[in-house]
Design a protein around this ligand. Structure first.
Ligand SMILES: CC(=O)N[C@H]1[C@@H](OP(=O)(O)OP(=O)(O)OC[C@H]2O[C@@H](n3ccc(=O)[nH]c3=O)[C@H](O)[C@@H]2O)O[C@H](CO)[C@@H](O)[C@@H]1O
Ligand SMILES: C=C(OP(=O)(O)O)C(=O)O
Length: 430
């Protein structure tokens, strides 16, 4: 099994190119199932979850063509990957357990298969083990559009008699993938749907942009009330995936923790307001120019920050572990309140092994910054926990070895190469 070894003590400096967003490309890949022709997706990150989703689409019968290194991003040439999905050969409507178990986003084939082909059988999804992660909102939303759904032997079984019917649906809780699933189904429903208490995440907007490029009529994505005028069919199209705001935030935190100066290229500062605000509170000087965000810590140790995770545009739960790592070595004490997932403090025990001072009471963690961490073997428990351990390793004394890094490969493209480019001493070993 592979591990990552980080030798702490380097100040990060330089520029890093941000990849396409995992949480945008995965729903977009699933959305291609709705089209009557091929869909070209550009700025696709090299991630394990992308490979799994492509395998899943292939298993359903879609044609997949991968083109390395020719993607255009915002009209500027750049190296990246594009994937063309041809859904016209889809024959199966079953998403098997073996492919779905590793990845939360695989549940996103449910809405498209149901809307386009009239039936779907999708294994209950996996993903990061950060809470119970139910799918009741996905099911209720699709039922509101007229679907008949049962959960049986670990599979969600859905079918429709006739076309789905547009409806008003109010989500009980704000759910990102729940909004995306119902949105994708509503696109081919008869009449207008209004999705209330919808997720406002930039990845939902990116999905809606892609669907609109395929002929959908979606209005107000990015607000809590999305209006969808159903259409008879979607055609093929092209779309560039938006930059990954969580990857961007992770590199900015790395720069802040090491006292360095780092510029992220091909990033979108407008999707990171809450994160940038917290980094400024931590003492960072941040400047934004077009798609570049520069964080300069001027060699200073960060100040601890308090934060509460909540749905977008508030502070993202996917940046919580990274800010926990920052607080571990900051001046003063910070309080982190995790309100989205009930079991998302699993990195705490590993950070304690590096010498951190953290106390957890329910959903709240109090972190007192220490002068220094000391490198040790640790174990990654989920994707962002893995990132937090790398960040801690960057500033720890000596070597930190991180085990179970397969989580990391689900969501970070070439993280060790990108960090090495900024001056970190980091390597992957088998
Ligand atoms: C692939 C993807 O995009 N993953 C992201 C997505 O996950 P995901 O879409 O799974 O997260 P949700 O937004 O659905 O979860 C938010 C909260 O709603 C609850 N809930 C959700 C659905 C449901 O049917 N019933 C229910 O009760 C969950 O338990 C959780 O407490 O948003 C999360 C919250 O920003 C991020 O951490 C994940 O990186
Ligand atoms: C929780 C995450 O991913 P997923 O929903 O795919 O498990 C994440 O990206 O931090």
């Amino acid at each position: 099994m592979q591990k990552i070894v980080v030798e702490g003590g380097q100040t990060l400096n330089g520029e890093v190119q941000i990849s396409g967003a995992k949480n945008a490309v995965l729903p977009i890949l699933c959305a291609t199932l709705l089209a009557d022709g091929p869909v070209d997706i550009g700025n696709v990150p090299h991630l394990h979850d992308v490979v799994t989703t492509a395998k899943l689409l292939g298993e359903l019968g879609a044609g997949i063509t991968i083109d390395e290194g020719t993607t255009l991003f915002d009209g500027k040439p750049g190296k990246g990957r594009s994937i063309t999905v041809d859904p016209t050969t889809v024959r199966s409507h079953v998403a098997p357990y073996e492919l779905v178990k590793t990845m939360r986003a695989s549940v996103l084939v449910l809405g498209p298969l149901l809307a386009k082909y009239g039936e779907a059988e999708v294994s209950l999804p996996g993903g990061c083990a950060i809470g119970s992660r139910p799918v009741d909102q996905h099911i209720k939303g699709l039922q509101a559009l007229g679907a008949e759904i049962s959960v049986d032997h670990g599979f969600i079984k859905a079918h429709r008699k006739g076309r789905l019917k547009g409806a008003r649906f109010v989500f009980d809780v704000v759910s990102v993938t729940g909004t995306e699933n119902v949105l994708m189904a509503a696109v081919l429903a008869e009449g207008t749907s209004v999705l209330e208490n919808a997720a406002m995440e930039p990845e939902v907007v990116d999905l809606a942009d892609c669907l609109n490029a395929m002929g959908a009529q979606i209005e107000q994505a990015g607000s809590g009330r999305i209006v969808v005028h159903g259409v008879d069919r979607l055609h093929g199209g092209t779309h560039q995936v938006l930059p990954d705001r969580i990857e961007t935030g992770t590199f900015l935190v790395a720069a802040a923790m090491t006292g360095g100066r780092v510029t992220t290229r091909r990033s979108r500062a407008d999707t990171l307001d809450a994160v940038i605000d917290k980094l400024r509170q931590a003492g960072a000087e941040i400047t934004v120019e077009e798609d570049r965000i520069t964080l300069d810590m001027h060699g200073q140790r960060p100040r601890a920050v308090d934060l509460v995770t909540a749905p977008y545009p508030a502070f993202p739960t996917d940046m919580q572990a990274q800010f926990m790592a920052l607080n571990c070595i900051a001046q003063g004490a910070g309080v982190i309140n995790e309100t989205i997932f009930e079991n998302r403090f699993m990195h705490v025990n590993e950070l304690l092994r590096l010498g951190a001072d953290i106390r957890v009471d329910g959903h709240t963690a109090v972190i007192r910054g220490v002068e220094g961490l000391s490198g040790a073997p640790v174990m990654a428990t989920d994707l962002r926990a893995s990132a937090s351990l790398i960040l801690a390793g960057l500033v720890a004394d000596g070597e930190t070895t991180i085990d179970r890094i397969y989580h990391l490969d689900r969501g970070y493209e070439n993280i060790e190469e990108k960090l090495s480019g900024l001056g970190a001493k980091i390597r992957r070993i088998s």
